[in-house]
Each structure stands twice: as C-alpha cells, then as structure tokens.
Design a protein. Structure first.
Length: 210
C-alpha cells in the first residue's frame, strides 16, 4: 500500500477509478442518461470544482504557508524553495486557474445563464433586470473569479518569472528589479486571496440563497 500511495500518478488514477465506481452505482439505480445535457453539465461542474480546489488551494498555500514561513527559513536554504518547489506549485496554480475559468464559462453556457451572469442580471428575461438574485450572485462570483484569473496569468506569473528567473525571464535583471517583481506578484496574490473569500461566498450563495 505504501509503495502504491507513494506514486502520485497511481493515487490520482485510483481516485478517478473510485469516482467511476460511484458513478456505476448511481447508474445501477436508474434514471440516469449519459446523453442528456444535465449529465454533461454535472461532469463539467465536477471538472470546474476540481480545478477550483487546485487553484484556490495553492493560492492559500502561498499566502497562508509559503509566504509567512519563508522568512523563518535559514537564508542559505531559501534558494531551494524558489528553484524547485515554487515553480512546480506555480505550474499547477496557473493551470488550475485556467481550468476553473474555462469549465466555469462552459458550465454557465450549458445551464443558460452565461449572459445573465456576466451582465450581472442587467440582461434578463421579461421579468426585468436585477430581478433574479441567483444571476446577480453567480455573476459577481464569476467577475471576481475572472479578475483573479487575469491576475494569475498576466500579473503574478510574469512577475514570478522575472523574480525567480523562470524560463530565462530574469536573465540580466538586477536584484532590485527581481525583488520589485516578487513584491508585485505577492501583492496581487494577496488581492486574489482577498477576492477568493467573497467569490466563494457568491458561488455558494447562488445555489443556496436564490
């Protein structure tokens, strides 16, 4: 068992196999059609949640664990963090963000509320604008998630590349410039941490406080 769980790929594959078994159990109970839009909307929602957990989990890791702990690490050991751990975490961080936004948009389109959500319920059916709380709430959550995604890909990632000299982006830059890039990345990471709390509130509230 220890050898099996020591391999991350095996563990992840086993997790999906267990999910497939649960799906089979649900299928055996009847009233489940793979051909329906509702079923595939559920699959997209599941992918959206998985990516979101990866994204926000790593965002909170950076802000609750890595950043506060780094100053406590002996200075001679810190380069290992920036050379090995942080680049790998940034890979899953930014692609988790991409998966979350892409699957979220697809899900909103499949459930027929994409325009209503992104317009914050200003474009609605004959009931009138701002008349559907769930559209307003999910829209606010989607806009905060979109801002967070933008920050990841167009502010945090480029600045981290310069700060940590990833993909050669820090070549020729002086220490002050790299430090400034790291500070900018950290500030926008904190902005995303701030936004993540009301964003998750809106996502949950849209379903439970419609």
């Amino acid at each position: 068992m220890a050898a099996f769980l020591g391999n991350l790929r095996n563990t992840v594959v086993a997790g999906f196999v267990l999910a497939a078994i649960v799906l089979f159990i649900r299928l055996s109970m009847g009233n489940l059609d793979f051909a329906t839009e509702a079923f595939w909307a559920f699959i997209i929602r599941w992918a959206h949640i998985i990516c979101g957990v990866m994204w926000i989990g790593l965002l909170w890791y950076f802000n609750f664990v890595s950043t506060p702990t780094t100053p406590k690490i002996p200075e001679e050991l810190r380069p290992a963090l920036g050379r090995y751990i942080t680049p790998e975490a940034l890979f899953w961080f930014r692609w988790g963000a991409m998966g979350t936004i892409v699957f979220g948009i697809i899900l909103a389109g499949m459930n027929h509320y994409l325009i209503q959500a992104f317009s914050l319920d200003m474009v609605n059916d004959p009931t009138g604008a701002f008349s559907t709380p769930s559209y307003l709430l999910i829209g606010l959550g989607m806009w905060m998630g979109t801002i967070m995604w933008f920050n990841v890909w167009f502010v945090i990632w480029p600045n981290q590349q310069r700060a940590l000299n990833l993909n050669g982006k820090g070549e020729g830059l002086d220490a002050a410039t790299k430090a400034a890039s790291g500070k900018t990345a950290g500030m926008f990471s904190r902005i995303n941490t701030l936004l993540s709390i009301p964003m998750l509130f809106c996502m949950a509230a849209a379903s439970h406080m419609p």
